[in-house]
Design a binder for this molecule. Structure first.
Ligand SMILES: Nc1ncnc2c1ncn2[C@@H]1O[C@H](COP(=O)(O)OP(=O)(O)OP(=O)(O)O)[C@@H](O)[C@H]1O
Ligand SMILES: [Mg+2]
Length: 352
């Protein structure tokens, strides 16, 4: 297993920068999720760790030793991609044993290790089948076994669950987490799915346009986003964002004036999570314009002096109807303020 470090890593393509000066340090045995929009450099980062791409500049180290010049096959990295391309003509057992061929592992030993890992991913009963005779989830497990049979120092998972249906994804999440814990292998999971990142990983790295925007626990990212990008990317339904102008100790937002705590001037963005807004008779008048039951909670849209807001109430049953007049309030401590020009979170907040 290994501690992984990226120092000032950049990857340029002709005319484009896919990864732009990333610094990242991953503890031995940790499970990290990488979240970010399409094209932000997630796969490129994994392929540099695997040794398939060379960084244009910067260093990659495993356990403190620089690996930039170590070939992919000598890095001992296991990878599972979204399309896990098993060899169709080979049995499951042969598929799993395949990576050991190049490692000069004796056949009997290779088979013993393949059977052991098959037990771990719970496909021992399928070893004589061909990939075409397996379900999507079973194929996914074979791909995972094939990545793990080499006893990799680092396991890279690039959206491995995106081809599976919802219930299979749910069970594979738990399975992958269990296997990762049992083996203690340092793991990086790339995903588009926040829930997947939150439930599986110890820490989440949010990438945007080739850079690391922020890393932390799901709670850190949700409650203390450092940038407007992280605030708007994390959370579903998304945070309410209001353009405002700060001066003389207050922020003017739409028709509202909100007292400022701390100093800020100029264009700002006020962020309020849908669950931070509540119906409260002391609040500002609002009119409900849409009601969306979402299972265990109800999402409302309403118009008030701040503009259009979305808020959540717990419970399956809607307590307000379209056209109802209500009053809405939020706790100042829940408000997030950002500088509009650079998207950075401001120290200033909303005064009570
Ligand atoms: N071989 C390549 N040649 C040129 N540009 C590339 C190459 N591979 C990736 N890119 C560009 O680098 C950027 C990052 O791509 P990457 O595949 O890392 O994104 P990603 O975050 O994995 O996206 P997705 O979520 O869609 O898989 C993109 O703009 C992409 O077009
Ligand atoms: Mg990708």
């Amino acid at each position: 297993m290994a501690r992984i470090e990226l120092k000032n890593v950049r990857k340029n393509w002709v005319g484009a920068t896919a990864v732009d000066r990333i610094d990242l340090s991953i503890e031995d045995g940790a499970f990290i999720a990488v979240l970010g929009p399409s094209g932000c450099g997630k796969t490129t980062t994994l392929l540099m760790l695997a040794g398939i791409y060379n960084p244009t500049t910067g260093d990659i180290a495993f356990d403190g030793a620089r690996v930039n010049d170590v070939e992919a096959r000598d890095r001992n990295v296991g990878i599972v991609f979204q399309s896990y391309a098993l060899y169709p003509s080979m049995t499951v057992l042969e598929n799993i044993m395949f990576p050991l061929r190049f490692k000069k592992v004796e056949r009997a030993e290779a088979e013993r290790r393949a059977r052991e890992i098959a037990g771990l991913v719970r496909i021992d009963a399928l070893l004589e089948r061909r990939p075409s005779q397996l379900s999507g989830g079973q194929q996914q497990r074979v791909a995972l076994a094939r990545a793990l049979v080499k006893r990799p120092h680092l396991l890279l998972l690039d959206e491995p669950l995106s081809n599976l249906d919802a219930s299979l994804r749910l069970s594979m999440r738990t399975e992958i987490r269990r296997i990762q814990r049992e083996l203690g292998v340092t793991t990086i999971l790339v995903t588009h799915d926040q829930i997947e990142a939150t439930t599986m990983a110890d820490r989440i790295v949010v990438m945007n346009a080739g850079r690391v925007e922020q890393e932390g626990t799901a709670k850190d990212l949700y409650e203390q986003p450092k940038t407007l990008f992280v605030a708007s990317f994390i959370g579903s339904p998304p945070i309410n964002l209001f353009d405002g102008h700060a001066e003389d100790g207050a922020i003017k937002v739409h028709e509202a004036t909100v007292p400022l705590n701390g100093s800020a001037r100029g264009n700002v963005v006020l962020g309020l999570r849908p669950e931070s807004i509540r119906v409260d008779s002391t609040g500002t008048p609002a009119r409900i314009i849409a009601v969306e039951p979402m299972g265990r909670e109800v999402l409302y849209s309403a118009d008030c002096s701040l503009g259009r807001v979305h808020f959540l109430e717990a419970g399956a049953e809607a307590r307000h109807r379209e056209g109802d007049n209500v009053a809405l309030a939020f706790s100042p401590a829940d408000a997030l303020l950002f500088d509009k020009s650079d998207g950075q979170r401001l120290d200033a907040g909303i005064a009570a």
